[in-house]
Design a binder for this molecule. Structure first.
Ligand code: UD1
Ligand code: CA
Length: 458
């Protein structure tokens, strides 16, 4: 099939009450329009055009990387007018598929049914039965033959028509040559004074062509986003679908209703367990038996086997080696590489650092621009002072170093193998291997010293 997909995305989206174009609002971390573009791409359709309008440049620049052609509809004079913008480029032998940029959950299988169903017919319509059809175009069928005759928009419908529950989802496939002709025959003789794409149905029937319909598998897959309430509803539907996919694949989700994946788990091992209110963003890889505690946020990370991430930890652009334990309340910032069997404890922040296997940073520390070797122990309250107000410098802590609590390491500085740093030190120079280094004023006791007492008068 020679397929041309046209994505309508020029509508203003006034009900979003936003300065962002509607189709740029995100569902599962991706702009609505990108969901639709991905669907188009999955159909192996080479010829994809996006009709954009309001706030269009922003849409184009953020999504322009894809293969699609972009055509501006300067004035929004209706769905028919939107498709007219590409009429010139429609090939007579093409099948034209119309998708909406604000209907993000449409399934590939449904579109394939529609495309197969069109067969020798002129038009294939994706319809759905709605308990509350209000606002949608109604499918009018011949009472005797049950064949589709036309579509009437809500605003143009009489009371009897309004009672019909089979509605137009807006997703349409049509034969290119015929569609081109019908587009040139569209009129604006309706309540909204718009060019309705839906009027091609009546034109086709009048000219002796057949119009077929395919039913959507669920209401949610054809729901459009008009306001933020609908956006939130579809977000939950989408998250539930992803959650079910993961659980089916062997991941335990303590509560699928309190799980958010805004991106993609590119790989997961066996027996992964995820507690409530975890947010995963970007591209994530999870090894075997990874356990993620409640309220963690993990973005673009590679997590090894048997890693335990305790509650309230935040990990971003980082890799965690096998059998390591992170958190609770740990913050792993970008460009951090953590080896195997590492412990990162509460209120520890790491940035642009690497930590060798078996090392421990268990409490209250800031480690930035640092290379830590293996089997290093960093005491509570250690700070790598990496910034002099103008530039950043690196700290190197070699294998088997022991850093006592409440230590400041003033970078650039290297703590050599098996050094021990006495607690409370400020280290400004490289330390020799195997030695104890400390910088601490001598403890003294003042004999006979008396505590001040309160003045009687005050
Ligand atoms: C349209 C259908 C209606 C269907 C409903 C499903 C028509 C006349 N009506 O109605 O039968 O039940 O969708 O949601 O087709 N758009 C443009 N340019 C325009 C107008 C719209 O690109 O000039 C785009 C919008 O961005 C949106 C889509 O077309 O993605 C549908 O537009 P919308 O205004 O929501 O159509 P409805 O009036 O709801
Ligand atoms: Ca709509």
């Amino acid at each position: 099939m020679n397929l041309k997909t046209v994505i309508l995305a020029a509508g203003q989206g006034t009900r979003m009450k936003s300065s962002l174009p509607k189709v740029m609002h995100k569902l599962g971390g991706l702009p609505l329009l990108e969901h639709v573009m991905n669907l188009a791409a999955s159909l192996e359709c080479e010829d994809v055009t996006v009709i954009y309008g309001h706030g269009g440049m922003k849409v184009r620049s953020e999504l322009g990387h894809s293969h699609a052609a972009w055509v501006e509809q300067r004035e929004q004079l209706g769905t028919g007018h939107a498709v007219m913008q590409v009429a010139e480029s429609i090939g007579g032998d093409q099948t034209v598929l119309i998708l909406y940029g604000d209907v993000p959950l449409l399934r590939k299988a449904t579109v394939q049914n529609l495309l197969t169903g069109i067969g020798d017919n002129a038009i294939g319509l994706l319809t759905v039965n709605l308990e509350n059809p209000c606002g949608y175009g109604r499918i009018i069928r011949n009472t005797a033959t049950r064949r589709i005759e036309r579509i009437v928009e809500e605003k143009d419908a009489n009371d009897e028509e309004k009672r019909l529950t089979e509605v137009n989802t807006g997703i349409i496939a049509a034969q290119g040559g015929l569609l081109k002709r019908w587009l040139s025959e569209l009129k604006t003789d309706n309540v909204q004074r718009e060019y309705y794409l839906t009027d091609i149905v009546a034109l086709a029937v009048r000219q002796g062509h057949r119009v077929e319909s395919v039913q959507a598998s669920s209401e949610d897959e054809v729901l459009g986003v008009n306001d933020r309430v609908q956006l939130a509803h579809l977000e939950r539907v989408f998250q539930k679908q992803q959650a079910i996919g993961l659980m089916t694949g062997g991941v335990t989700l303590k509560d699928p209703d309190r799980f958010d994946l805004r991106g993609e788990i590119i790989r997961y091992g066996r027996d992964v367990e995820i507690d409530i209110n975890v947010i995963l963003e970007g591209r994530i890889s999870l090894g075997d038996s990874v356990r993620i505690g409640s309220n963690c946020v993990i973005r673009n990370a590679v997590i090894g086997d048997k890693v335990e991430i305790l509650p309230h930890s935040i990990i971003e652009n980082a890799a965690i080696g096998d059998c390591s334990r992170i958190g609770p309340f740990a913050r792993i910032r970008p460009e951090t590489n953590i080896g195997d069997h590492v412990h990162i404890g509460n209120f520890v922040e790491l940035k642009k650092s690497s930590v060798g296997s078996g090392s421990k940073i268990n409490h209250l520390s800031y480690i930035g621009d640092t290379t830590i070797g293996s089997r290093v122990n960093i005491g509570a309250g250690t700070i790598t002072c990496n910034y002099d107000g103008a530039n950043k410098y690196r700290t190197v802590i070699e294998d088997e170093v022991f850093v006592g609590s409440d230590t400041q390491l003033i970078a650039p500085v290297t703590i050599r193998k098996r050094s021990t740093i006495g607690a409370g030190s400020t280290i400004t120079k490289d330390t020799p291997e195997d030695q104890l280094t400390l910088s601490r004023s001598k403890q003294q006791t003042i004999k006979g010293w008396a505590r001040p007492t309160k003045n009687r008068s005050s």
